[in-house]
Design a protein. Sequence first.
Length: 73
Amino acid sequence: MNRFRNFIEWQVFGVCTKIGDKLGIATSRIRTWFVYISLLTMGSPLIIYFILAFWLDMKRSIQSKRRNPIYYE
């Protein structure tokens, strides 16, 4: 069960974790405010969340390709 929870936290809340690390704010506080804002604005921050999640995933894939010497041959 802990493996599943850790997987969900890394995959689903990766955006909140990254923002918390950059700003030095607790991730749980960011997640709480994200839920509150989503409920108040009828879910419009979800669009921003998905854009940020896509951007972070692209950034990770680009960085992993740079480290892999096979792509430079």
